[in-house]
Ligand binder design. Sequence first.
Ligand code: DAH
Length: 370
Amino acid sequence: MDDRPALRDELLTAVQAASSVDDLERIRISALGKKGRITALMKNLGQMDPEVRREAGAALNVLKDEVAAALDARKAALADAELDARLAAERVDVTLPPRPETEGSIHPISQTIDEIVAIFGEMGFAVAEGPDIEDDWYNFTALNIPPEHPARQEMDTFYLPGHLPGHLPGHLPGERDGRRMVLRTHTSPVQIRTMLKTPPPLRVIAPGRTYRCDSDATHSPMFHQVEGLVVDESTHMGHLKGCLIEFCRTFFAVDDLPVRFRASYFPFTEPSAEVDIGCTRKDGAFRIGHGDDWLEILGCGMVNPKVLDNCGIDSGRYQGFAFGMGIERIAMLKYGIPDLRTFFDSDLRWLRHYGFRALAVPSLVTGLAP
Ligand code: DAH
């Protein structure tokens, strides 16, 4: 027992001198481990007279706590020092010049989406989003495309196995009204999600990826669309026309671009139209603008009252217009890209040729295309 002061000094000195967490662990085991020196002294207590034991036991507990506290304190100090050393060693010099080769470029699809957002943003549209994996109620049924409707077949849908969790238990894939998972075939389901979530008045566009089982020079199984939706009490066909004519002229940067509305059919709009822009095709040359030809670029119409009702919006009070267009298609037209498949080849030479400056964000003030 008289060894205690010497043992205390020895252990505390060793703790202070330890230069790593491993050293500290060795000291801890040698003092407080199963066969440690303080542990051994504790074990001896049993053989002592009760009088002596009480005093010796209390003193040993003090020693034990003192050593444990010194170990903890030294460990924290070492951990801090180790962290400081690591931070110093791994410091990044942010003043170094960027890598000399490329500054990177914006993919034409991203550029086109930015341009579309800039134009509609100026008209007061907000950007809405929805998931790429939809269920067929949002993608079809709510848009007035019931299961037996021919439009479902025409869309070349990618169906996923099973149902979305929590939907209509007891329905098997393909069953009537069962909600099957699909890769969305258009951005129109974002109309439904927006109307279910937000009460009118609404003014949104929804750019995003869409999927159809189709692949050739003008079709890719994954492509992009942008949807538009406006719902208010007095929204009418004149607003639809004004909005889309303005968009086409700004996007293609042709002030007097001829724009034609041609009657068409979509289940989710009534009446429906397709929009053509004027162009010239002569001797293999193609030009957007005045000419003797037309080119279809988007679909639109007044939102079918059934669709409003499906979303819990009073179709007696509200009306709206919607539109949808393919982003690759208008990007190809604007930037003279001949083959749609090249968008997704990930060929850096192609990107360097068609890509856009990384930090030149399109705006109506500074110019759409850099
Ligand atoms: N969803 C249609 C398609 O993919 C495009 C479309 C047409 C969207 C008319 C609309 C619309 O919102 O009103 O072919």
